[in-house]
Ligand binder design. Structure first.
Ligand SMILES: [Fe+2]
Length: 299
């Protein structure tokens, strides 16, 4: 008679255990990956999330407390991302929030100039008493690669003109002065870092140092490249990682300071940056990085 815990029984038990683990792993991959893939492509790209945050600007010259800023970024409107119903839903949400100021932080298009006139017309439906202002992202110069401006038909000058015609001002290395409840502040917009025209010295020429400064700069890597003082930089570019796997992280984040790929970060005692995850996408997929509308209240 065999003992109940014979080596043979233990061998069979381990064999069955390994088979069970293998079967569960295979089933998870076979069933799970298509489910995750379908979710990432069909749902996650449209699951808009409103991020409400309060940011303190410690400037002794002006108190902007209560100023409500909406930030939209990285719309990538084009052949792979032309869901007007989705963008109109975002615009309705923006208008329902009654912002004082709306800012756009670049990457409006995706390689195709046929969409250049449609997007500003749609965005011009947004309402804010201080207006709508923006900066360019790398995709708005006709290429997404450094130093390759003009390799495809999108021309940033035409883009700027079409936005202008719809009362949306794109700031290209320039500063304007705005007023909120009698308090002045600077709004500075920079050319994109990859455009070859990024010039913070030129952009800050119009800054009045007696007022707080909010900077629009598409690429978060610029936060450390602007030597002049600013209070808040608003950026995009990273899409929050776009596809951001738990434990592994983002597979493609085209920036050096990858920890700046989303959210609020302090650069120095005065300077801080907020990075919006974007509204669109560069390829039809998002995971663990929902598209974003930011509502920033200055505290
Ligand atoms: Fe982008």
């Amino acid at each position: 008679m065999r003992p109940s815990h014979s080596p043979f029984k233990e061998y069979v038990r381990q064999l069955h255990h390994k088979k069970t683990v293998r079967a569960i792993t295979t089933a998870t991959i076979v069933v799970g990956l298509p489910v995750i893939g379908a979710y990432s492509c069909l749902l996650a790209t449209r699951r808009l999330k409103l991020e409400r945050l309060k940011i303190t600007i410690a400037n002794e010259h002006a108190d902007l407390a209560g100023l409500k800023i909406i930030q939209l970024s990285d719309l990538h409107y084009g052949p792979t991302n032309r869901n007007n119903r989705y963008f109109n839903r975002a615009i309705d949400i923006v208008n329902a929030l009654n912002p004082d100021l709306i800012v756009l932080t670049g990457d409006y298009y995706q390689w195709d100039p046929d969409y250049i006139h449609q997007l500003p017309a749609m965005l011009s439906r947004m309402r804010a008493p201080l207006g709508i202002f923006g900066c360019f992202g790398n995709h708005d110069y006709g290429s997404c690669y450094p130093g390759k401006i003009g390799n495809d038909p999108i021309d940033y000058r035409i883009v700027k003109h079409t936005f202008d015609k719809n009362n949306i001002t794109i700031l290209t290395n320039e500063t304007i002065r705005l007023q909120y409840r009698g308090q002045g502040f600077n709004l500075t917009g920079l050319h994109d870092l990859w455009s070859g025209m990024f010039d913070p010295i030129e952009a800050f020429e119009g800054v009045n140092t007696h007022f707080p400064t909010i900077v629009l700069s598409h690429n978060p890597d610029t936060a450390g490249l602007v030597e002049r003082g600013y209070d808040l930089m608003l950026s995009g570019h990273s899409h929050g990682g776009q596809v951001s796997w738990p434990l592994i992280g983002s597979l493609t984040t085209p920036m050096i300071k990858k920890h700046f790929r989303r959210g609020l970060h302090r650069i120095s005692e005065r300077k801080q940056i907020y990075v919006n995850r974007g509204l669109g996408h560069t390829f039809k997929m998002r995971f663990n990085s929902p598209p974003e509308i930011s509502l920033i209240e200055i505290g």
